[in-house]
Structure formats: structure tokens, C-alpha cells
Design a protein around this ligand. Structure first.
Ligand code: 6R9
Length: 650
């Protein structure tokens, strides 16, 4: 990229925190000053929110960058911090998880229940020969046993590698082999879209390629028939029969806690390694600060899957370390009806919802009359993660879910960062729709140009992190060189996240998507995010994905795939008229340079399982290439829908 990104979109709306929230917020503006005065001292104070068996000798060892050690010499047990200490403090009868299965079955799990299950699982894994440092693969649906399995690994110092319960046998075996896992924990199946879908057959196929696997532990969820081999053990016959007595041993602050593979669009997936003390410090603190969690009154709901980093940090480790009561839901948002999420909010009186822009835009497409049927008055705070949130989706979320009163925290972070890095603080920040606003206290994010120089307010460029942070990835599993090359070589002494960003006139940050997605049109850099936001700002549009397709005259041309909102007539001439109107709307909003060459009205968009639009596939469609790899696609029928339902306008 020779020039910096251009700043096209203007957004002037701003929303101060509600007075009552600001008055009793967990974290106030003073945190920024404290962290600015003494960054390491600030993180030490946050580490003291946890219970350590042995205190650290020094906060940070950065003598061999980019290989960091945090809270050097300290020892703690993650499961002890998430469970035992709450039970010991007399909070054992507090609900940890309100679990809702897709078919409507429910389980209420207290901290004492969860503690008991995790101790049993820790004993069962130990009996199977799993010891500290071994790797355990977890391939489960969204059932409480997923959290139990993760915490049991943490309790005995085994490193878990959760593989999303919808990945193929190839993806699973690749990940098992990369980490040489000894055990895989799975289920017969799980419920998705109203029917049981099998997991065990996929595991059987994967394990056939994985000589390191000694045991397969199988939770019975659906009761489907499963083939049974000599490595297979039922969870209810092992874990549920094991002793509930287990004393957690402390582990070194830098002991490996988990590996999580990033999907990686082309190359081999990267096994992102997170360790113990720094990771737990940052996810616990950010959960407390960004969601203003009040453990006695809040009901927190992160809608992510546990196979995504968001599920690791903000279903398992952040909320449980803070003693939260939370909701966990197994299934899809439209089963058995499109109001399922809001029905769950109403039923459990959720106070905080943390979800992804893709879901918000899907809800926009379905129409606001659906959430309007439910009592959402318990909600007091809303969060967003996973992609840039378009200003209109942000406004819709605020209005139709948040009753125009809930603050929205748009949280930027990555698998690699482990925890939230850039976000408003809900009791402090006056938010702008579409902006993640400022780095959290103790985080030094910056926007730099090609030369690595900070850009002034009003400028755009690359998002970087200038100083190490506690929950940073420590390496790529088994490949230190790739870790250095991928993240630390583009700019000297800085972590490059791969995202473009701009800094507005007030110094606030706007994420612009992956720099690989930036389009170069007639010599101008244009961000896909900004064109998408311009399209979504039109009342007829629910969702849009924009790609740059090769063009003989302009170098790249803007091609947009657009989903109309539920009520919009997009058939025949009405569709053609809408396309013409949308092209003009973008030109008017962003300037003529950003006018799409082509807009296609489509019923769906291809997404990864964490909800990110797969622009690479759409680029193939736009350039008429045969479709690339679709193994991480949420639903492969989407591409058929696009191909068949597409109306093309020139
Ligand atoms: C947590 C998570 C990381 C990438 C990241 C960026 C995008 C995430 C965002 C966001 C704009 C936000 N991203 N949150 N972009 N605003 N609030 O999503 O991790 O799956 O590793 O993805 O997601 O592009 O680089 P991961």
C-alpha cells in the first residue's frame, strides 16, 4: 500500500454514558491516568484481582522481544480462580451458567456444581494419563461440558485446543496433529437448526489419521447411534463416576494454557499460544471494566461459540474469574423462530449482551418487529465484536435492542491479543456509532503510516500495538520464526495486527477491516468497510459485503453484494431501480470515486463460523473465478444461493 487509507465516512453522532451507569461504574477515567503514569504498575494492580499461590518477582520480562514473560515467577491455578475461590467465599450456590439447549431443554449450574464437575473431569483426565503440559483437543457443541473440559484441562495444567464443532475431519485432524494431542473430548452430536448433527463420526474419521490420540471421551448429548472403538469412553461412565475431590496445583504464570487455531484464509492455520497469568489478568480485568460487570445483579450473555476466542475469553475465563452469572445457548438464533435470542433475554432477564455485527445485521434484515415482541427492559449494556460495526447497525442495535439507553461497547481485539484492546469504557466514554474509540488503560495502540510513523488526527494507516500486553500471544505453536515473521517484522519493534484504521479529528479510532481487503481504485485506497457502511446506511439495506475486482480501466473496481431488508421489494424492475439508487447513494455519501461498478442483490453472504464475511470467495465470484476453499464457510449452500439468486446491475 503506497498511500494511507482515505477517510471518507463522516459520523457526527455521539452518545455520553447514562448518568446512573457513570456514577457507579466499575472503572472511571482515573484508570487511564494511572496506566499512563505507570503501565506496568497498573497491570500489577489488575493481576492482584486474582488469587496467586506465589507472587511474581517482576511484572514483565521483555529482554528477548517479541517473546514476552508476564508476572515472572508467579504461580496460580486458573480453575481455582474461576471456581474454588468463589465457592470458598460462600458463593457456591450462585448460578454460574443458565444453559439453554436448542430444543428447549435447560440446565441451571451453580458455582458449586461447576466446581464439582471440573474436579471430576480433572480426576478422570489424570486417570487417563493426562499430565501437565500434555495437549487435549476439545470438539464439542455449546454444552456446559465444553466449559467443564476447558477448566479441567486448566486445572491439571494440560493445554487445551478447542476446535470449532463444525469444522471438517481434515481440519480437526490437522489441528490434533499439529499439537500432538493425547486425548480428544467430543460428543455424539449437538443440535443445530432444529436437528441433531453428528460429531462423533467426524472425530472417528479424524482420529484415524492421528496416532497420538490415546483416548476419545464422548459426552452423550443427542443420543444418536455412534460407532464405538477401543479408544472411546463415555463421559458419563468416566467423568461422572470420578471423585469430586481434587486439589488444584498452582502453575507457573507462563505455563501454556491453550492453543487456538486461527482459520487462516490461505496458509496453514496458526496455533496461537496463550499462557496463564497474563492471559487471565487481562481477560478478567477487561470483562470487569468493559462490561461493568456487577456479579451480584448482572446476567451476562456472550452469544459467541466456545470454539472462537471470544468464547474462551468472555464465556469461560473472563466471566467465571469474575464470579458472573451468565447465559449459554446451544443453537442458532432462528430456531425454532427468529425471536429466539430475545426470548432468551426476556426469560433470564439478561442485563448485558455481547454479540457480533453479523448477527445485528441479520436481525435488521429480519425486521425490528421481532425484538419488539419481547421484554428487553432488563438490558443495560450492549457489546459488539468480530468485525467493524457499521454506524447504521450500531444505531439499530441501540434503538431496537437497547431502547435508546444502553451504551454500546464496540470491542476490537483478536485471537492473538487474547483479550479486548480497544473499546469504550461504558461509564466514561461518549461513544460514536461505528468507532471502537480508544485503547483501554494499559494498552498502547497506534495508527502508523508505511514508514511506521504515527499518523496525525484525521489520518489513516495501519493499526499497531507499541508495547507488550499481558494477554498477548506468546508464539505460534511450534513455530517461533513464523510468529516473528507474521506479527513483528512489518514495523520495527511493533506488533502489526493486519487491520487498517483511521484516527478521526478527535483522535478516536475507526477500524477499517483487514488491510488485504483495501481496494485500490484509480489510485485511491478505499476501505471495504466504509463502502459497506455507506450501503447499510440506506434504509433498504440490511447487510453488504464489498470487494475489489480486477478492472481493466480502474485497476480495481468496487463490487458490492447487498442483502435487502425484509420488507423491501427487490424483484424485477424494483430490484434494478434499487441497484441504481444504491450506487448513487454511495456516490453521494462517500464521493463519486467510491461508486460501485456493480451491485448484486443477494439473499445471503458467505461467512466464517465466527461471522466474518469471506470476501475472498466473493472476489472469486466477482471475477468469475471458480470458488476457492470453502472449508470454513458457515453454510456452503450460501454460495449456491448467491449464484442462483443474484441480480446483477451494471
Ligand atoms: C475477537 C476476534 C480478529 C479480527 C481483527 C479484525 C476483526 C474484531 C473488531 C474487528 C473491527 C471490531 N475485528 N473485532 N474489526 N471492529 N470491534 O474477532 O478475533 O476471530 O481472531 O478476529 O477481527 O479484523 O483483526 P479473531
Amino acid at each position: 500500500m503506497s498511500e494511507t487509507l482515505e477517510n471518507l465516512l463522516q459520523e457526527n453522532r455521539q452518545f455520553p454514558p447514562p448518568d446512573a451507569l457513570a456514577a457507579s461504574a466499575n472503572v472511571t477515567a482515573a484508570a487511564y491516568d494511572e496506566a499512563a503514569a505507570d503501565r506496568l504498575g497498573f497491570w500489577e494492580a489488575q493481576a492482584r484481582r486474582l488469587s496467586w499461590a506465589t507472587p511474581w518477582e517482576s511484572v514483565l520480562d521483555w529482554s528477548n522481544p517479541p517473546f514476552a514473560k508476564w508476572f515472572v515467577g508467579g504461580k496460580l491455578n486458573v480453575a481455582y480462580n474461576c471456581l474454588d475461590r468463589h465457592v470458598e467465599a460462600g458463593r457456591g450456590s450462585k448460578v454460574a451458567i443458565h444453559w439453554e439447549g436448542e430444543p428447549g431443554d435447560t440446565r441451571t449450574i451453580t458455582y458449586a456444581d461447576l466446581h464439582r464437575s471440573v474436579c471430576q473431569a480433572a480426576n478422570a483426565l489424570t486417570d487417563l494419563g493426562v499430565t501437565a503440559g500434555d495437549r487435549v483437543a476439545i470438539y464439542l457443541p455449546m454444552i456446559p461440558e465444553a466449559a467443564v473440559a476447558m477448566l479441567a484441562c486448566a486445572r491439571i495444567g494440560a493445554t487445551h485446543s478447542v476446535v470449532f464443532g463444525g469444522f471438517s475431519a481434515d481440519a480437526l485432524s490437522g489441528r490434533i496433529q499439529d499439537a500432538s494431542a493425547k486425548v480428544v473430548i467430543t460428543a455424539d452430536g449437538g443440535y443445530r437448526r432444529g436437528k441433531p448433527s453428528g460429531l462423533k463420526p467426524i472425530v472417528d474419521e479424524a482420529v484415524a489419521q492421528c496416532p497420538t490420540i490415546q483416548h476419545v471421551l464422548v459426552v452423550r448429548r443427542t443420543g444418536q447411534d455412534v460407532a464405538w472403538g477401543d479408544k472411546d469412553l463415555w463421559w458419563h461412565e468416566t467423568v461422572e463416576q470420578a471423585s469430586p475431590e481434587h486439589e488444584a496445583q498452582p502453575f507457573d504464570s507462563e505455563h501454556p494454557l491453550f492453543i487456538l487455531y486461527t482459520s487462516g484464509t490461505t496458509a496453514k492455520p496458526k496455533g496461537i499460544l496463550h499462557t496463564t497469568g497474563g492471559y487471565l489478568t487481562q481477560v478478567s480485568y477487561t470483562h470487569h471494566a468493559v462490561f461493568d460487570l456487577k456479579p451480584d445483579t448482572d446476567v451476562f450473555w456472550c452469544t459467541a461459540d466456545i470454539g472462537w476466542v471470544t468464547g474462551h475469553s468472555y464465556i469461560v475465563y473472563g466471566p467465571l474469574s469474575n464470579g458472573a452469572t451468565q447465559i449459554m445457548y446451544e443453537g442458532t438464533p432462528d430456531t425454532p423462530h427468529k425471536g429466539r435470542f430475545w426470548e432468551i433475554v426476556e426469560k433470564y432477564r439478561a442485563t448485558i449482551v455481547y454479540t457480533a455485527p453479523t448477527l445485528i445485521r441479520t436481525m435488521m434484515k429480519w425486521g425490528e418487529d421481532i425484538p419488539a415482541k419481547f421484554d428487553l427492559s432488563s438490558l443495560r449494556l450492549l457489546g459488539s465484536v468480530g468485525e467493524p460495526i457499521n454506524p447504521e447497525a450500531w444505531m439499530w442495535y441501540r434503538k431496537h435492542i437497547g431502547r435508546d439507553t444502553c451504551p454500546i461497547v464496540d470491542t476490537w481485539w483478536q485471537t492473538e491479543t487474547g483479550g479486548i484492546m480497544i473499546s469504550p469504557l461504558p461509564g466514561v466514554t461518549a461513544t460514536k456509532p461505528g468507532s471502537a474509540m480508544t485503547p483501554l488503560p494499559g494498552i498502547s495502540a497506534d495508527v502508523v503510516d508505511d514508514q511506521g510513523e504515527s499518523v496525525p488526527n484525521g489520518g489513516g494507516g495501519y493499526l499497531v500495538l507499541r508495547e507488550p500486553w499481558p494477554s498477548m500471544l506468546r508464539t505460534i505453536w511450534g513455530d517461533d520464526q513464523r510468529f516473528v515473521d507474521t506479527y513483528w517484522s512489518r514495523f520495527d519493534g511493533m506488533y502489526f495486527a493486519g487491520d487498517g484504521a483511521k484516527r478521526d479529528a478527535d483522535g478516536h479510532l475507526w477500524l477499517l477491516g483487514r488491510v488485504d481487503d483495501v481496494m485500490l481504485v484509480s489510485g485511491h485506497n478505499i476501505s471495504t468497510t466504509e463502502v459497506e457502511s455507506a450501503l447499510v446506511s440506506h434504509p433498504s439495506v440490511a447487510e453488504a459485503a464489498v470487494v475489489g475486482a480486477t478492472d481493466p480501466t480502474t485497476g480495481q473496481a468496487i463490487v458490492a453484494f447487498t442483502i435487502p431488508r425484509g420488507h423491501v421489494d427487490s424483484e424485477g424492475d424494483a430490484g434494478e431501480a434499487l441497484i441504481a439508487e444504491l450506487r448513487n447513494h454511495v456516490a453521494k455519501t462517500l464521493g463519486p470515486i467510491a461508486k460501485p461498478r456493480q451491485i448484486m442483490l443477494v439473499p445471503e453472504l458467505p461467512k466464517t463460523r465466527s461471522g466474518k464475511i469471506m470476501r475472498r470467495l466473493l472476489r472469486d465470484v466477482a471475477e468469475n473465478r471458480s470458488l476457492g476453499d470453502v472449508t470454513t464457510l458457515q453454510d456452503s449452500t450460501v454460495m449456491d444461493l448467491i449464484a442462483s439468486g443474484m441480480k446483477t446491475g451494471k
